[in-house]
Design a protein around this ligand. Structure first.
Ligand code: SF4
Length: 433
């Protein structure tokens, strides 16, 4: 069990003032709260467990989160805890704050000290509650706590491996495929994933929800009638307030050739409090609207995440999940099976399993391609077809997504196709002429 030590009061005061200053700087450019950071209580020994409970969702904050809140934020009300703006205003984003919750390894501490121009550190208190009580090898911790390996650029890695910057006709818009565009709404996320493909852009405070930039991007879409599908991404579009998001969706809906709008978001996994009844009421006015959620590990599928997905699904929004294959996080058939089964219960269709992009400093996250194929082999036939995502590599240089499948067609014999099933048995199918 992971045991936290009490720390002197002076250090706690430093944490809080540092946090308050940074939050104050952030509110000028981001939609989140005007609230000041709330004091963090001394940590104590604990082990927090959580479980997805489909049959009987707790009416409000589950017990593990209550315990965490009681230990670290004793003066915070339940209402504040469940307020997404409070969660954003109180993100853990400095080394001193991080050490309040976790016993850091040298690799983590040195990384947190040296981030400067790199992808920043930020973890919502909610997501931090999932990490506390686990060691440095815990899968979810690896996804959000930096390590020094991020600073090592290996052969073949690039800051923009997908060549998005060269396929951007106007700032904040990527037009790679003929009929769809990627619209980067802002560069802010509530929690930063250490393997983020867009880490060269995300979290640097340079891509704002700026009307002039957005109008430029909208104009491009208006004058490009081949665009029938717009994917809003970033950063995380659901960190925008309802009014701003409503404005943007309304503008897009007024463009006749835009048939569908998709939103890419990690909010249900890292900040499920954001999915309020008011948000889904607004979103359902903009159908057909789809969502690509970003789940990485079964432990992200908490009762709170379940409730968030339930609200979105009840609003008629088809939900798919995009999962990045990550070494030491989800690179086993067992973990991936648990994830896809949880997702289906949450009415989220596992959509893509991505081979991790070769972004700079990603070698410690990347697995072999064979590992991805092994996982697909371990799912296909052993579980519902709906549970099996398409395994893809986003081709470096801007080639787009290339699907990868294990070998199921073994050859041809006398007008037959020779097939291998999920158990490895061979069958012949009479092919037509
Ligand atoms: S939520 Fe998406 S855009 Fe934000 S850091 Fe994670 S992967 Fe990157």
């Amino acid at each position: 069990m992971h045991i936290h030590q009490r720390r002197p009061a002076k250090i706690r005061a430093d944490v809080n003032s540092s946090c308050a200053n940074t939050v104050a700087a952030e509110v000028e450019e981001e939609p989140p709260s005007q609230q000041a950071a709330t004091p963090i209580s001394p940590p104590a020994e604990q082990k927090i467990q959580h479980k997805l409970s489909i049959q009987s969702l707790p009416p409000d904050t589950p017990t593990p989160r209550r315990r965490f809140k009681h230990l670290y934020y004793p003066t915070v009300t339940e209402r504040q805890w469940n307020d997404w703006r409070w969660q954003i205003a109180n993100r853990v984003h400095t080394l001193v704050q991080l050490e309040k919750f976790l016993d850091l390894t040298d690799r983590e501490r040195n990384a947190a000290m040296g981030l400067q121009t790199k992808l920043p550190l930020a973890i919502t208190p909610y997501f931090m509650s999932l990490l506390v009580g686990h060691g440095s090898d815990y899968a979810l911790r690896k996804t959000v706590v930096p390590v020094v390996d991020e600073f090592v650029k290996s052969v073949g890695e690039d800051d923009d491996p997908l060549g998005e910057d060269t396929q951007s006709p106007v700032p904040g818009l990527v037009h790679r495929y003929p009929d769809r565009v990627l619209f980067l709404t802002l560069d802010f996320c509530s929690t930063y994933c250490r393997y983020c493909t867009r880490s060269r852009v995300v979290g640097h405070g340079r891509l704002f929800f700026n009307r002039r930039r957005l109008e430029n991007a909208l104009d491009y879409i208006r004058r490009t009638p081949t665009v029938r599908d717009v994917l809003l991404s970033g950063g995380d579009p659901l960190t925008l307030g309802d009014a701003r998001l409503d404005w943007l969706l309304t503008q897009l809906r007024q463009i006749k050739h835009v048939e569908i709008i998709r939103i890419g978001t990690k909010i249900p996994a890292v900040l499920p409090q954001r999915v309020t009844p008011q948000l889904v009421k607004m979103l359902r006015r903009h159908h057909p609207l789809w969502m690509s959620l970003h789940f990485t590990h079964p432990d992200e599928c908490t009762p709170e995440s379940f409730r968030a997905c339930q609200r979105l699904a009840d609003a008629g929004i088809p939900l798919g999940s995009q999962t990045v294959l990550l070494k030491g996080v989800n690179d086993s058939v067992e973990t991936m099976s648990a994830l896809v089964h949880h997702l289906l219960q949450m009415r989220v269709r596992p959509y893509y399993l991505y081979q991790c992009d070769p972004i700079s400093g990603s070698a410690h996250f990347r697995t072999s391609v064979e590992k991805g194929l092994e996982i697909i082999r371990g799912l296909r036939g052993f579980t519902s077809g709906y549970a099996v995502p398409t395994y893809v590599i986003d081709a470096p240089g801007g080639g787009g997504k290339v699907p990868l499948m294990p070998e199921y067609v073994m050859g041809r014999e006398d007008g037959h196709v020779v097939l291998k099933n999920y158990e490895g048995n061979l069958y012949k199918y009479p092919d037509c002429c």
